[in-house]
Design a protein around this ligand. Structure first.
Ligand code: NAD
Ligand code: UDP
Length: 319
């Protein structure tokens, strides 16, 4: 059994990884500054004998007592509204934070997994996106702070792999959803579900023709664990290849939340949709081959589970 450090482990995906790894018998240390994460995501783990929480900013020198066998580096500001509001923090956590986390991996000779993103492909000109595609990112656009920090993080991870012989993994995560997403994170899944449950209009940006492919969190976590165990240092895409337009996604959420909301088309005046990728779909050939992985949770099933969570979090009064 390993002692596993999860940076960003009080966030949405990190807290599910913590549950999964504790259930498998590992010891888990979550390191998080709670900037976008929340203690309620890990409060059920408090008092667990193999769990520990450290409140710390990964952009500062990291010290962890005792051995560390594995580092899962998830700390980040991954929601577009967060990185548009906090561009410098986003760059720092992606770049400086990854450097610190890799330094810790080197000190402990730990295996290091980077949670990267489909945003490294930018607004793609190859569709679906295979790992061999180098991407189409505007470095100076509003999304550049997130995209380029993750591209830098990938480059830094490969440099530690090549130069310091660190055992590394790079996981390129495509849009993932599920319980414990932050209600106000501004992403399309959370916006539409909260709007649908409250009977407010579902805000489709522009004409709703952009596409995304949504992966349920348990499928992603399974893929990340398999990648960790695989020994594969080159990037691997993890996401659900079922692609749909944002408008069709809105219609699905509208129906599943009770059909009381109308769909409205809005064009945000801020930079939310600047350089917003027009299409996105993972090519998961490598994950299938190397990890024998395929997502198994269908969209409606995953959305029902997420909607149930949102009902609880929002509370009857807020609906
Ligand atoms: P999240 O915001 O819920 O989790 C990120 C966590 O990092 C939060 O708990 C936050 O408090 C923490 N954090 C931020 N800055 C920090 C700092 N300086 N020091 C310590 N902790 C810090 O987001 P998530 O959706 O769970 O994303 C987790 C990872 O997966 C991120 O690296 C993200 O880039 C990647 N990812 C997520 C998606 C998705 O659809 N959710 C898609 C692609 C990539
Ligand atoms: N979007 C939308 N309405 C919303 C929020 C988002 O139409 O209320 C669109 C957004 O423009 C993008 C897609 O939904 O094309 C996914 O956005 P999200 O913020 O979830 O993540 P992204 O995939 O862009 O990182």
């Amino acid at each position: 059994m390993s002692r596993i450090l999860i940076t960003g482990g009080a966030g949405f995906i990190g807290s599910h990884l913590a549950d999964r790894l504790l259930a498998a018998g590992h010891t888990v240390v979550v390191l998080d500054n709670l900037f976008t994460g929340h203690l309620r995501n890990i409060s059920h783990l408090a008092g667990h004998e193999r769990f520990r929480f450290i409140k710390h900013d990964v952009t500062e020198y990291i010290y962890v007592d005792g051995k560390v066998d594995v580092i899962l580096h998830l700390a980040s500001l991954p929601s577009p509204v967060d990185y548009l509001r906090e561009p410098i923090k986003t760059l720092k956590v992606g770049a400086l934070g990854t450097h610190k986390a890799l330094g810790l991996a080197r000190a402990h000779r730990a295996t290091f997994l980077l949670a990267s993103t489909s945003e490294v492909y930018g607004d793609p000109q190859v569709h679906p996106q295979p790992e061999s595609y180098w991407g189409n990112v505007n470095p100076i656009g509003p999304r550049g702070v997130y995209d380029e920090s993750k591209r830098f993080a990938e480059a830094m991870t490969m440099a530690y792999h090549r130069y310091h012989a660190i055992d590394t993994r790079i996981c390129r995560i495509f849009n993932t959803y599920g319980p414990r997403m932050r209600v106000d994170d501004g992403r399309v899944v959370t916006n539409f579900i909260a709007q649908g449950l409250r009977g407010h209009p579902l805000t489709v940006y522009d004409d709703g023709s952009r596409t995304r492919s949504f992966c349920y969190v348990s499928d992603l976590v399974e893929g990340m664990v398999r990648l960790l165990e695989s020994g594969e240092a080159d990037p691997v895409n993890l996401g659900n290849p079922t692609e749909m337009t944002v408008l069709d996604f809105a219609k699905t959420v509208q129906r599943l939340t009770g059909g009381k909301s109308e769909i409205v088309f809005v064009s945000p005046k801020d930079e939310r949709t600047k350089d917003d990728p027009h299409i996105r779909q993972p090519d998961v050939t490598r994950a299938r081959k190397i990890l024998r992985w395929d997502p198994v949770v269908g969209l409606e099933d995953g959305l029902q589970r997420t909607i149930e969570y949102f009902r609880t979090v929002l509370g009857a009064d807020a609906l």
